[in-house]
Design a protein around this ligand. Structure first.
Ligand code: HEM
Length: 568
């Protein structure tokens, strides 16, 4: 089940964009001639080739006709030579859009992106206006809701207005409770300690490459399921029986197929791998998984001995599990929990994957992070902390929340991949009523706006001349403290009032995992492996992150302090 579930989850997340692209292609064929002619009205030479077009008002009619003919001829030519022009270029979408936006001063009227006309912008002033100052005028819109309905239903990520407000208030209350915060810190530490170093140690000892992105996705999925349902799904195991074969237990090793999927709780007892890989099965795979998790959590809630459970679903049941119309429905609960799983799994795993890719290309950064960890480990050696040894054929060190909270450079280093490769690379809004943006752009009611977060992280005017460099120092003040950047500029977690509810949790989780990997392993991207972003609602790596890991040796082993709760 583990592999099937992860695959189903990934596949479902790609579906919305696949759907849009398909519709886009169909429309293109039907309207080939009309569009070839009308597009000339929007000619602007330096942007035309990539789909962002400007209106040029003073054209001579004869010139216009000539342009029509040339364009139509070239259009037909391109159809013949490369009928899949759009689907081929769509994978360069982010970089192409970034270059065009930089050229155009942060905002562009687009001809069509993924089948829709948009006002595309990466201007922080526009973000601030739309997402904060005039928030009520800019819902996500019903088209967005329809596209993502497949997976997210009517959950918090896919709702607007009163429905969103109510869900947000409830989720915020549960997620900011001190008991839940303590629970997340404990779970992050436990899960990382039990799963991550043992898994990577075995990969190192067997000398086999592994897909680090997949490892982080599994880790994050297990952790999020624990936080949401109180159940560790075990997608990334930490228990290695002697002689256990790595690839027999875990999928996604280079050259290996997924192992026969098995569900640890008997929910999806199936070896029907091929069947589940078909897309129509994915939704059902996820639905039956959620149904089982909900049923288990309900049984536990009925069990009085489980009153202290701190996971979100147990807390949710203790409060109020009613939908907007006051009814408690399975569908509403399904949507709520899927949204939390979606929000919780992909962000941290994506952030971690890009961090290790960027660190592998920047030895200077790695050195700096190791120095910071080394100083921390030295304080633990003096008995001031609680980092401890983990098992698995050699002593390793993992770090808890209080330790990782002191790691300023690690926090700063994590902000860099979140800026350069934001897990949510674009946001979408619709103007409910006509409005004027701070950049001066007049919007009609119904206008669609695309906020290109990926591009914003790469604008010189926003982040300086070194905007495309990994420069974690930009996040650190002269006093060695973390520098605050306004969220309409560092937009990776969205901004008020719809800012990410899991930001703090995500940093604890990412820092706990990153510190454990950095301190205990040398990570080397396999030479020749091509890393590039995937065009999907989440900025995964298209080909994964195939790495070799080696145990890192630091000289004398660190002793755990006497009061350490983990000393073995
Ligand atoms: C690096 C990690 C993360 C990043 C970059 C991130 C980013 C975001 C972004 C951009 C949004 C706005 C999405 C939209 O409205 O279109 C969002 C919303 C949200 N995130 Fe996160 N997130 C991360 C981790 C988490 C985690 C671990 C959780 C916890 C389960 C979480 C919970 C939520 C929730 C509940 C929302 C909905 C907020 C609302 O619509 O009012 N996030 N996140």
């Amino acid at each position: 089940m583990k592999s099937v579930l992860c695959r189903a989850w990934d596949s479902s997340m790609c579906r919305p964009l696949d759907h849009i692209i398909t519709v886009r292609k169909e429309r293109k064929i039907n309207r080939r001639f009309i569009r070839a002619l009308t597009s000339v009205l929007f000619i602007n030479s330096h942007v035309a080739s990539c789909g962002f077009l400007h209106l040029s008002p003073d054209m001579d009619p004869l010139f216009l006709i000539l342009c029509c003919l040339i364009l139509y001829y070239r259009h037909l030519q391109s159809q013949e030579t490369n009928p899949k022009w759009e689907s081929a270029n769509i994978h360069h979408f982010h970089d192409c859009a970034t270059a065009l936006l930089a050229d155009a001063g942060y905002s562009l009227e687009s001809k069509e992106i993924l089948g829709q006309r948009y006002f595309a912008t990466c201007d922080p002033a526009n973000v601030r206006h739309v997402f904060t100052s005039n928030f009520n005028n800019y819902p996500k819109g019903h088209e967005y809701a329809e596209i993502f309905d497949v997976l997210l239903g009517a959950g918090i990520m896919n709702s607007d207005g009163e429905s969103w407000r109510r869900q947000r208030a409830k989720a915020q209350m549960l997620m900011t409770a001190p008991r839940f915060r303590a629970f997340t810190a404990q779970c992050s530490r436990d899960k990382v300690e039990k799963s991550l170093p043992p898994f990577l140690a075995l990969a190192a000892d067997e000398g086999r490459p592994c897909d680090l992105q997949d490892v982080f996705l599994r880790l994050s999925f297990d952790l999020t399921c624990t936080l949401v349902f109180g159940v560790d799904t075990g997608c990334l195991h930490g228990h290695w029986a002697a002689g256990g074969s790595l690839h027999a237990r875990h999928g996604r090793y280079v050259g290996d197929d997924f192992p026969p999927p098995r569900h640890p709780h008997g929910v999806l007892e199936t070896d029907e791998k091929a069947k589940c890989w078909a897309r129509e099965e994915d939704g059902r795979t996820i639905d039956s998984f959620i149904a089982e998790m909900v049923a288990r959590a309900r049984r536990r809630a009925d069990d009085k001995s489980n009153e202290g459970a701190a996971d979100l679903f147990s807390s949710f049941l203790c409060h109020d599990n009613t939908s907007d119309d006051g009814e408690s429905t399975d569908e509403f609960i399904r949507d709520t929990t899927v949204n939390l799983l979606f929000a919780g799994r992909d962000g941290p795993a994506t952030g971690l994957s890009w961090l290790f890719y960027l660190v592998s290309k920047n030895p200077r950064v790695e050195q700096k992070l190791l120095e910071e960890l080394s100083a921390l480990v030295a304080t633990l050696r003096d008995g001031a902390g609680s980092a401890v040894d983990t098992s698995g054929g050699g002593s390793m060190v993992t770090f808890g929340r209080s330790e990782v909270n002191s790691l300023v450079y690690l926090h700063a280093a994590l902000c860099e991949p979140l800026r350069l490769y934001p897990p949510v690379p674009f946001e979408h809004k619709v103007a409910a009523a006509a409005d004027v943006l701070l950049s001066g752009k007049e919007l009609k009611a119904g206008a669609k706006i695309l906020f290109l977060n990926y591009s914003m992280g790469r604008m010189e005017g926003v982040w300086g001349k070194d905007c495309t460099e990994f420069w974690q120092e930009r996040w650190v003040t002269k006093e060695g403290k973390l520098r605050h950047e306004p969220s309409y500029k560092f937009f990776s977690f969205n901004t008020r009032p719809r800012t990410c509810l899991g930001k703090e949790l995500a940093f604890v989780q990412m820092k706990t995992a990153a510190a454990a990997v950095l301190w205990n392993f040398v990570v080397e991207v396999v030479p020749g492996h091509v890393v590039k972003p995937k065009l999907s609602p989440i900025l995964h790596m298209k080909n994964g992150l195939i790495v070799r890991v080696h145990r890192r040796f630091h000289g004398p082993q660190v002793e755990a302090s006497d009061d350490s709760p983990r000393k073995k």
